[in-house]
Design a binder for this molecule. Structure first.
Ligand code: MN
Length: 154
């Protein structure tokens, strides 16, 4: 899949979003970004660098703040790595129309990453410590839960 879905959904003559390409980076700490996206419904988008793209989840109710708090996270199309710097307004009529701003960013460490469980340690301004993403069996095949985990010292 990689960036094909991302590019198919957008008209780059209309949207200020980056068209993007796959950018594998070796020997660099992977980065993450959380966008606050005021689309038809306000949501947050968590994006984790993986294999040259940003794996992305839309989180309708925001990032969990308390230990063991769980939030629905719907996996969406991979975004290009350049999207980590994107802020702006996607014009009316375009996919995801509305204001996008960066809510948090930083690096992360991967403890585990497979098809149904992702365990990460976040080093951001707001997202700090351990989180897991767990694929659910309910709803749709794109549904995950984002859970804030206890971190040493909490
Ligand atoms: Mn979004």
């Amino acid at each position: 899949m990689l960036l094909e879905d991302y590019q198919k959904k957008r008209d780059f003559s209309q949207t200020p979003e980056p068209q993007g390409k796959i950018i594998p980076r070796e020997n660099k700490k992977p980065i993450f970004v959380v966008h606050e996206h005021q689309a038809s419904r306000l949501h947050w988008d968590l994006r984790l660098e993986n294999n040259g793209v940003l794996k992305s989840w839309a989180i309708p109710k925001g990032i969990p703040q308390k230990i063991n708090e769980k939030k629905l996270a719907v996996q969406v199309e991979d975004h290009p790595l350049e999207y980590k710097d994107f802020e702006g307004e996607i014009p009316k009529g375009q996919y995801g129309a509305g204001k996008v701003k960066i809510w948090d960013s930083g690096t992360f460490e991967t403890v585990k990453w497979d098809n149904s469980v992702i365990e990460i340690v976040m080093h951001g301004g707001k997202m700090r410590g351990r989180y897991t993403l767990v694929k659910t069996r309910e709803y749709t095949k794109n549904s995950w839960l984002l859970i804030k985990q206890r971190t040493k010292g909490d």
